[in-house]
Write a protein that binds this ligand. Sequence first.
Ligand code: NAP
Ligand code: GLV
Length: 313
Amino acid sequence: MGRLITNQRILFHHPSAQEGAWLRALSEALPDWELVKWQPGEAAADLAIAWAPPQQLLDEQPGLKVMFHLGAGVDALWSLRRPPQMQVVRLEDAGMAEQMVDYALYAVTRHTRDFTNYEQDWRAGSWTPRRVRPNHEWQIGIMGYGALGARVAAVLQSRGYGVHAWSRSPKHGTGVVHHHGMGGLAAFLQQAHVLIVLLPLTADTRHLLNADRLAQLPKGAYFINMARGALVDTDALAQALTSGHLAGAVLDVFEQEPLSPAHPLRQMPNVIGTPHIAAQTWIPEAVQSIAGNIRAWQDNNPLHGVVDPLRAY
Ligand code: NAP
Ligand code: GLV
């Protein structure tokens, strides 16, 4: 039986150059609903679609039933006071997994094929071929085996790399070497020539990669963070990169974004960074996913991507 809907309005909050495109695409996909750009003092609604909403929106809408978050990670929303009954629904993949795969292939091969060294050789006028190690000699560790990590793992495995994954709960029959929980973390880290971070940022994972855990990686390991900056202690990371314990890093995310122009990480020749673009929220894929979920909600069917309020991801 369908749900009794009290009003057909959805609040939208994502101030950006693409705001108009979002509103047009959502209105087309949800013709029975009125999409309202949220402003302070807006009348009550059951549903909202937002990226990192302000506290004021949540405070003024205590009756919100579902917040559709325009991203995969909900850490920014989790740090706010939320109406207790409000479900949070995140984007599950929605076009992000393939972007993450491309980013991971770039970042991994940057190290495994020595591209950082060749860039430096090129500028120095040097001509120095290095031995190419076959992919199966490399062990890649992927932290997080969810919608994004599992896809990255599958593609790296198909390219012949040794792939290990680490998650909270055990997984079976995945084809990769699986580790789980805090008890499995040291064994996972100790074999990772390349570490890819694809975890959500929660109270359990904040600064999980501290100096002690970075020291558990093999000497010369390569560090790739495509998830959230605060999963790693930045000072400890900089120290491990300076001491040579880590050979280098590709970083898409930082504890403070944008990263300051004067930050020491910017001066390190073995580090390259990007401005939080590893996987962007694409309008058509996100709208399709959200509209499908709203129809499911109207029909009292289960939604995809509901955030567990206890785990916070
Ligand atoms: P997801 O589907 O929720 O998967 C999360 C994975 O992390 C799961 O395998 C989960 O374990 C594991 N995990 C969570 N807490 C853990 C803990 N305490 N210990 C061990 N494992 C833990 O998330 P996703 O969709 O793959 O996205 C991952 C993150 O990527 C997002 O949260 C977001 O921060 C980031 N992201 C970044 C960008 C970017 O452009 N840089 C774009 C999109 C997403 P279980 O499988 O056992 O539950
Ligand atoms: C982007 O960082 C996301 O979480 O979707």
